[in-house]
Design a binder for this molecule. Structure first.
Ligand SMILES: NC(=O)NCCC(=O)O
Ligand SMILES: [Zn+2]
Ligand SMILES: [Zn+2]
Length: 572
């Protein structure tokens, strides 16, 4: 198989535009500031007030809007052959839709067929994506079997092809057993890579499915019944135990339940663990599996499934607020209604996967910021910065700072939109968030300096996105002490909640839904510095304190205006 070819015409490879974004509120993970941003050649060149910029520069007035780092979706499946069919969204339609919703980078999964060489699969995926993707992308690589050749391929992928993460399955017929997981995690640790797991006990699921089918339960409700929470939690626990033996950082993808989160968190004191949940898990729930219409219920089938416990979505949001979970992905893996029909008489044959790439940002804003559970800064952390840090893209991606890629969203928190398959930009004919009205709308989306969503008008370019290397030994994962040296220089920090109140009128209220109290002994990693006071793990406690903090900070907040000319230097 030949090496990947760049099909992008040279004139599209760099931005021809100079751009000034004025009067907006810049939200980063650690601070919120009011400053202008000057962009040239796809890079943020200056930030500050009263910037001196060249004539002929396009100016976008972002008054009253938030300026956010573009979303990074750490979990997508585009142009993916799975369960006997292929996703309808490919790297063009998927990334186009991503941009429409405020996401400017995706990390997709190279998925070798059982027995296929990882390198061949990687080249295949590069050919699927290169010249098609409208925004930047990187790859995780799945291990669909284990062998000495796989081990060697992992080394080549990390050293020569910019891959730093490998996903292992604990379910499906290509799952690895515990001994294989042990060896794979050991190799990840040797290479400075990140081990990812799909955590469900595949053997129990297979037995449960057989029994349900024998009892005549063939519909989509059987999908959820065969994969209850404890089957997810058991696998999360086992993966953490195995990772601990070889001191391997572990990233659990699509954490879907309270029990699985608690299992993950119980290991956070002794093992480097990261938890990703999904927009689907926050924005909808498992009650849909009992819907009378097959197309509706099958449209919600993914694994692990959505949970019927109605308190799950809010609990997961609270876990994100508390840094018990760190990221939000979409796990976008879209099949049309006709494809879902493959499992009409047998739920085990329904192609697994849902949408979310386009709507992830709005759903998280609606469920998190609009409700007052998280601040805009925490929104940025879970939708962008944490992915950039974990996969070693930071500070090139995941923040708005001088020297960073100009991947930027101008976000109108006051506007609303109602999600529908009739109006979305994805190729799929169903939307699990159908009818949901969300506050928070991307008005401008700038991808590597190019305005790809322009006052609501989508102007993407096929093939404009580039493959981005993810180097191994991410400091955030392997050496958190180094992170301070990567921090962008800050001059004009203003209190996050003060500005939030001023610009967005969010009411910080007590959360009416109790969140399970987490074990006292395991305080989460101190590396994440959000606005939650240290050591608080219960959202009711934490929300109350944030209100207090707001009063204290308001008294002591001193605003410093930037000097004319703005910042003089960046961070490298
Ligand atoms: N999650 C899902 O149901 N489909 C995509 C494949 C995977 O991520 O396991
Ligand atoms: Zn998975
Ligand atoms: Zn997935």
């Amino acid at each position: 198989m030949s090496t990947p070819v760049k099909k992008v015409p040279i004139h599209l490879q760099s931005s021809q535009n100079r751009l000034l974004i004025k009067n907006g509120t810049v939200v980063n993970e650690e601070d919120v500031t009011e400053e202008d941003i000057y962009i040239e050649d796809g890079i943020i060149k200056q930030m500050g007030n009263n910037l001196i910029i060249p004539g002929g520069t396009r100016v976008i007035d972002a008054r009253g809007k938030y300026i956010l780092p573009g979303g990074i979706d750490p979990h997508t499946h585009l142009d993916f052959e799975f369960m006997g069919t292929r996703t309808v969204d490919n790297f063009y339609s998927g990334t186009k839709a991503a941009i429409a919703g405020g996401t400017t980078m995706i990390i997709d999964f190279v998925f070798p067929k059982k027995g296929e060489s990882l390198l061949d699969a990687y080249y295949e995926y590069r050919q699927k994506a290169d010249g098609k993707a409208c925004c930047d992308y990187a790859f995780h690589v799945c291990l669909s079997h284990w062998s000495e050749q796989v081990k060697r391929d992992m080394e080549i992928l990390t050293k020569e092809h910019g891959v730093n993460s490998f996903k292992m399955f604990m379910a499906y017929d290509f799952m690895l057993n515990d001994s294989e997981l042990y060896s794979a995690f050991e190799q990840c640790q040797n290479l400075g890579a990140i081990a990812q797991v799909h955590a469900e006990n595949g053997s129990i699921i297979a037995k449960n499915a057989q029994r349900l089918l024998a009892r005549g339960i063939t519909g989509p409700e059987g999908h959820e019944m065969s994969r209850p929470e404890e089957v997810e939690a058991e696998a999360v626990n086992r993966a953490c135990v195995i990772a601990k033996q070889v001191n391997c950082p572990l990233y659990v993808v699509h954490v879907m339940s309270k029990s699985a989160t608690e299992a993950l968190y119980s290991h956070s004191g002794s093992t480097k663990v990261f938890g990703e949940t999904l927009a689907a898990a926050l924005g909808t729930d498992g009650s849909h599996y009992r819907h009378e219409c097959f197309q509706h219920s099958a449209g919600h089938v993914l694994s692990p499934p959505l949970r019927p416990d109605p308190s799950t979505p809010l609990a997961l949001m609270n876990y994100l607020a508390q840094d018990v979970l760190q990221l939000i992905g979409s796990d976008n893996c879209t099949f049309n209604k006709a494809q879902k029909e493959m499992g009409k008489n047998n739920f085990t044959k329904i192609p697994n996967g849902v949408n979310g790439l386009e709507d992830r940002m709005s759903v998280v804003w609606e469920k998190g910021v609009q409700t007052g559970i998280i601040s805009p800064s925490r929104f940025v952390a879970i939708t962008s910065t944490n992915a950039a840090k974990i996969f070693n893209l930071y500070p090139r991606k995941g923040c708005i700072a001088v020297g960073s890629d100009a991947d930027i969203v101008i976000w109108n928190a006051g506007a609303t939109r109602t999600i529908s398959a009739q109006t979305h930009h994805q190729a799929v004919d169903f939307n699990i968030f159908e009818g949901m009205t969300c506050h928070g709308v991307a008005e401008y989306v700038i991808v590597s300096g190019r305005v790809c969503l322009d006052d609501g008008q989508l102007r993407v370019v096929e093939g404009y996105g580039h493959f981005v290397d993810t180097p191994v030994f991410a400091p955030f994962v392997y050496n958190p002490d180094e992170m301070d040296s990567l921090k962008p220089i800050k001059i004009n920090d203003v209190n996050d909640f003060d500005l939030m109140e001023k610009t967005h009128k969010i009411k910080l209220v007590d959360n009416p839904c109790p969140t399970p109290t987490l074990p006292e002994s395991n305080v989460t990693t101190p590396s994440f510095r959000g606005h939650r006071p240290e050591g608080q793990r219960n959202i009711q406690e934490s929300t109350f304190s944030l209100t207090e903090e707001l009063d204290t900070d308001r008294k002591s907040c001193i605003r410093v205006r930037n000097p004319p000319g703005g910042r003089s230097s960046g961070f490298w």
